[in-house]
Design a protein around this ligand. Structure first.
Ligand code: ADP
Ligand code: MG
Length: 684
């Protein structure tokens, strides 16, 4: 009965088309997909007990004959189904509530197995059932019972039953070499899948988890290692030179900047410059906390590219950011003599390539825009560098799009999201890393406070004084509301309402409103006016979250702080503290719940982004923190990033594999890898 694991879910025996449809809507299309739908917890009902020996509070399984069936109706209308079960030692009542269909399912004289908790009413002992099945225990009772997430109307019981069927009909092939299995003390692949769903003991469940977590890390790292290897074989379209003349120009450019580069900025610039002279394309992630000054490093790379006669595409996640980068670049290059300036253009998604002017823009030396820059039908001639701001990873899809245009540029991705080192190395093994740890000179840590409701008025008053006495500029961030289209409208509505309220609170002050649904011209205007201090307070939806740079702003007030992840809060806080003045961040919440308050207080205490990331990793595991699939984080199914020792083991295993084995000799591993990669692409 050994069948291919790739068998289509439609082949499941005794399964209704509706169930098939539900499974498919969960992304389960094959037997393999199904067995990769893991339980999220287990209930231990492995002790099978004779009825006469039951003790109150025990969680057990009994097996016996139904000798009587009753239904009582309580005064409240609640229907109670009572089954009297008998084995060779005694009798007990199993009491179900509101499940009248059981009266049709169970018949007198049938043998049933029921798992449940023993309860005591006065002198009488009864059974509160948790699971049941007809006949002896096979799937649902008498074991450590797997509990599955119930989605799309599929019950845990149905899923359990289907998975059992599959596991009984296939054998999952081994994917790893024997030496790796033995060295790491792993159980066989097939056994791991059997045990993760139907563990024969807690000990074996642990072993199954370890094996599957090992597989997960192994595949992630193998995939990255292969990408890296292939990447090295790629050749850039154009080779850069770094001769005396260019060196001199770059030094001149640096000397004209209004500030001195920090030594970290210089260090990462050197790393980038080194990569840019290679014949294989760069694939580098520049990490640096908010406000650490990544933009200027990107500017240097653009300038170097320009001096070599090539074009750069600079992509930002939002239009506001693209506009801002455009203005920053206009400024930093304004210090150069006219005939030596690169031509810079801004191309946002709201502008289509309809006229000559746009065509000209496409041919500028530096083209700044959102991701629409590459996904559009735009054709570029001389692009040899692509910079992506505020992302971890340039998607596989986007890269393919570039290649389809005949481009094989250097890639520089920049992010302020602090990724703990272990996570970064595991997940992004294909990237090289550059890190700016140091902040520009003279920056003061931002004083952060959690503000209880009772102090809200005082806080507003304090802010008013700061504006009056010190010309402070303030961001007020409205609550984050989920990002669907409908919700965006809701959040715009909420922001408008909040704005009206704030106009009253801050009457006599100059306020403006910014939200995602505004026209890009409007947004641009508002940001420009704010930068020029034409108003005091910018009320905004969280569109200002990433990257916005208003050096004069020193106060940020965040509403409904509980709705943001720590990393997001840190991004928001990074909108201030961008000069040598003392800046402040105030966190409000309507929910004065202990956990929320503690989390906000913890955030207030920690000013360093990577320390925050580490804390969050410890508290919650990686999924939520970054809260952001959009940033390209893989969801771990079984493994955990805090399992440092397993990460170390898998890393060693990968090294061993590359030194001693050929992937081509491992058919099953290759198949599994392509499944994994397909999944990754579909998430990009
Ligand atoms: P981020 O790394 O968050 O993208 P930015 O590049 O926007 O940070 O820089 C933040 C602010 O710091 C900008 O106003 C920028 O002009 C300024 N800045 C960058 N480098 C330095 C430096 N070496 N010294 C002083 N200010 C700097
Ligand atoms: Mg930035």
């Amino acid at each position: 009965m050994i069948q291919e694991e790739n068998i289509k879910i439609e082949s499941l025996p005794k399964t209704s088309p509706l169930t098939i449809k539900k499974l498919k809507s969960l992304g389960i299309n094959t037997y393999f997909d199904l067995i990769n739908y893991f339980p999220f917890r287990y209930e231990d009902y492995s002790i099978v007990s004779k009825i006469a020996f039951l003790q109150p509070e025990e969680k057990i399984t009994i097996c016996g004959k139904i000798i009587d069936i009753k239904q009582n109706i309580a005064r409240s209308g609640l229907k109670i189904q009572i089954f009297i079960i008998e084995d060779d030692t005694g009798k007990i009542e199993a009491i179900f509530y509101n499940q009248p269909y059981l009266l049709n399912l169970f018949k007198k004289n049938q043998i049933v197995s029921i798992s449940g908790k023993v309860e005591k009413y006065g002198r009488k002992i009864t059974l509160a059932p948790f699971e049941y099945e007809l006949g002896e225990s096979k799937i649902h009772t008498g074991r450590i019972i797997p509990i599955y997430p119930e989605k799309k109307g599929l019950s845990s019981k149905t899923i359990r039953e289907k998975i059992k069927t599959v596991l009984e009909s296939i054998i999952i092939p081994e994917i790893l070499p024997e030496e790796i299995i033995n060295f790491n003390d792993l159980i066989a692949e097939n056994q791991a899948y059997q045990q993760i769903h139907f563990p024969s003991s807690k000990e074996n469940l642990k072993k199954a988890r370890k094996r599957l977590a090992f597989d997960e890390f192994f595949l992630i790292q193998l995939s990255s290692a292969l990408v890296k290897e292939n990447w090295k074989k790629e050749r850039v379209n154009q080779q850069f030179v770094f001769d005396e003349k260019i060196k001199e120009k770059i030094n001149f450019f640096i000397s004209r900047l209004p500030f001195k580069l920090t030594s970290d900025q210089q260090k990462v610039w050197k790393e980038i410059l080194f990569d840019l002279q290679k014949s294989s394309p760069m694939n580098r992630l520049l990490q640096g906390d908010v406000g650490s000054g990544k933009t200027i490093v990107a500017g240097l790379a653009c300038y170097f590219n320009f001096l070599n006669g090539f074009q750069t595409l600079f992509m930002a996640p939002t239009e506001i950011l693209a506009q801002q980068h455009y203005q920053t670049f206009e400024k930093i290059f304004s210090y150069l003599p006219d005939n030596e300036k690169p031509k810079i253009s801004l191309l946002t998604s709201s502008k289509k390539i309809i006229n000559k002017k746009i065509k000209e823009k496409i041919n500028s030396d530096i083209v700044i825009g959102t991701h629409a820059l590459i996904s559009k039908k735009n054709q570029y001639q001389k692009v040899s560098l692509v910079i992506v701001d505020e992302q971890h990873r340039f998607g596989v899809k986007q890269r393919a799009e570039l290649k389809a245009k005949g481009l094989n540029p250097h890639l520089l991705t920049m992010t302020a999201t602090p990724i703990p080192r272990t996570v970064a190395l595991t997940l992004y093994g294909e990237l090289d890393f550059s890190t700016i740890l140091q902040m520009p000179k003279g920056r003061l840590p931002i004083k952060t406070f959690y503000v209880p409701k009772s102090k809200r008025e005082n806080c507003y008053q304090w802010i008013k004084n700061q504006i009056k006495n010190f010309k402070a500029q303030v961001f007020i961030v409205c609550p984050l509301i989920e990002e669907s289209e409908v919700e965006t409208m809701r959040s715009v509505k909420a922001a408008k309402k909040e704005y009206q309220a704030l106009l009253k609170i801050f009457s006599g002050f100059r306020l403006a409103l910014l939200h995602g649904k505004m026209k890009s011209k409007e947004k641009e205007e508002i940001m420009k006016n704010f930068a020029q201090k034409k108003f005091d307070i910018l009320v905004t939806t969280p569109v200002v979250e990433v990257g916005v740079d208003i050096p004069g702003a020193t106060i940020i007030l965040i509403e409904a702080g509980e709705r943001f992840g720590l990393a997001q809060l840190h991004q928001l806080r990074g909108r201030v503290g961008r000069n040598d003045k003392q800046s402040y961040c105030f966190l409000f919440t309507e929910k004065e719940d202990k956990n929320i308050v503690n989390r906000l207080k913890l955030f207030a205490k920690i000013s360093n982004g990577s320390e925050l990331a580490q804390k969050d990793l410890e508290i919650r595991g990686p999924g939520d923190i970054y809260g952001t699939k959009q940033h390209g984080f893989v969801d771990l199914k079984i493994a955990s990033f805090s399992d440092f020792s397993l990460i170390e083991k898998t890393k060693n295993a990968i090294n061993y594999f590359f030194n001693h084995k050929k992937l081509d000799n491992f058919e099953e591993l290759k198949k599994r890898l392509s499944k994994f990669e397909l999944e990754k692409i579909s998430k990009d």
